[in-house]
Design a binder for this molecule. Sequence first.
Ligand code: ZN
Length: 175
Amino acid sequence: MKRALYIIIGLIAFIALPIAGEAIAPVAPAPELLEVPDTATPQPKRTPMPSPELIDEPKQPETTPEMTFLGKFIVTAYCPCSVCCGKWSNPDNPITASGDPAVEGITVGADWDMLPAGTEIYIEGVGWRTVQDKPAGWIIKRYAGRILDLYFENHADAWNFGKQELEIWIKKEAA
Ligand SMILES: [Zn+2]
């Protein structure tokens, strides 16, 4: 008899528990939470990332394959006038620090510790130049040697060139 009672109590508990559980069950979620996500919304397009070498590769001129990229330099300009050259001004017979005559289209000034006289340099958008001159020491210091000074025959051209940050290459040394 006692055993039957236990069974009944067990049964009641078995039935009652789920009911109680339902009673304390959370309220049905708000309708907006049940809304099916709008599948019509287009997913953001994933454009494939260009490979790093395509981003970092400098715009190396096609005509000159044997070159070493030096990064960006500040490029200024000068002419042989007294405004540009002060006491070294010699418009009639402009001579560079190397002893070579200054020639527009050839002559460029550089830090000889970094780019010795005679170094051939390719300047983005300008072309090939040869290191023949050197800027004043304080200018080299100010730019930590990353400075080129482009020679022009007349002051207006030098003035128009102004000061630009350009990519620089040098001819690869013969190994
Ligand atoms: Zn000048």
